[in-house]
Design a protein around this ligand. Structure first.
Ligand code: SER
Length: 344
């Protein structure tokens, strides 16, 4: 099989680093990466070329490449996007639009669809009240699509843009001999937790932050209430899902945007689990009204039956396996020296 050329944007972010490592492990890919930052240590030896800079101004240069797959991960996450809203719109929407135009152009030109993999989010949902959130329970993809955040609006709109460019662009699908369009596929991720990296600028960050602080023996003041509940997933499952959706035959897909989930926990559950593993952890709750409002607008769980049915989605890590077989063993190794200093 010949090598595929892929572009990973936002490659130094949490998903980016894990994805580049996953692609390298699979083999058969020439990996081009881009990010505002220079290549992270974990990906530097794996990337064949790294383009540093603002994606919006860099896309032109990517017209010289012949990408088979674009993984567009670059984004300003939900908490950060509320502080710099216009900048978030520029990064999240303009960057996506530019890359979709590239994918559409290249697909038509070479007569073969460029795959476009897009991480969307539970932020695409929005509830008018906590009561509505509790009543809704596990939500389906097309329900409650009324996001409260700039990030959520951006993600939902980019899903629509992706569908537009891959199906209806210029209404050319109605031509007698329509051009090949790009192959847009999106996953709405829950909060993601990695044992190797910590998120920044997101609102589901309280989960990973609490666990990483506890593992290092550092106190943590959680910025949401104890009863706050959303779904989460281990980073290896997120990467597995991207590969599963990417590999699925197009005719098997009944949608272009899919929910996935692994487990749903309250912030109090996180604390309980953290204390069971690290008994001297100091975890308090100091809700921040703005960030609380964001998480209150997100579903406590999602219905991922379409992904299970269409491409066989199933997480490897339920909540017990997540802690026992992934997070705790890895994090203990990672912070061994820190913990030795704090004597735990
Ligand atoms: N994890 C993201 C955030 O908190 C949601 O997709 O912004």
């Amino acid at each position: 099989m010949s090598e595929k050329t892929v572009l990973v944007t936002g490659a130094c972010g949490e998903i980016g680093q894990a994805l580049v490592q996953g692609l390298a492990k699979r083999g058969g890919y020439r990996i081009v990466t881009t990010d505002l930052l220079p290549p992270a240590e974990a990906i530097q030896p794996l990337t064949s070329e790294h383009v540093q800079g603002d994606l919006v101004y860099r896309v032109k240069q990517f017209y010289d490449y012949d990408f088979d797959i674009i993984f567009h991960l670059a984004a300003s996450l939900s908490s950060k996007a509320e502080v710099a809203t216009e900048e978030a719109h520029r990064i999240n929407v303009e960057g996506t639009m530019q890359l979709l135009m590239l994918a559409a152009y290249k697909s038509a030109k070479r007569g073969r669809a460029v795959q476009f993999l897009f991480p969307s989010s539970i932020a695409a949902y929005g509830f008018s009240s906590l009561e509505e959130k509790h009543r809704a329970g596990r939500v389906k993809e097309d329900d409650y699509n009324t996001p409260h955040t700039m990030y959520g609006c951006n993600k939902l709109y980019c899903e629509k843009l992706g569908i537009y460019y891959s199906r209806y662009y210029g209404q050319r699908h109605l031509d007698p001999d329509p051009p090949v369009m790009c192959d847009f596929r999106a996953i709405r991720f829950p909060g993601l937790i990695s044992a190797y990296t910590v998120p920044s600028g997101g609102t589901s960050d309280y989960g990973p932050e609490m666990l990483h602080h506890a593992a290092q023996g550092l106190p943590y003041a959680c910025f949401v209430r104890e009863d706050t509940q959303i779904s989460f997933m281990a980073m290896p499952d997120a990467i597995k899902a991207i590969f599963m959706l990417m590999d699925a035959p197009r005719e098997q897909l009944t949608r272009q945007v899919y929910n996935i989930t692994a487990f749903s926990l309250t912030a109090a559950d996180f604390r309980k689990r953290a204390l069971a593993a690290f008994p001297s952890a100091q975890i308090t709750f100091q809700p921040n009204p703005r960030r609380q409002g964001i998480v209150d607008s997100w579903p406590e769980d999602v219905d991922d039956s379409a992904a299970r049915r269409d491409w066989g989605w199933q997480p490897d890590y339920d909540v017990d396996r997540f802690f026992e077989e992934y997070f705790l063993p890895e994090i203990r190794k990672r912070y061994k020296n820190v913990r030795a200093r704090t004597n735990e």
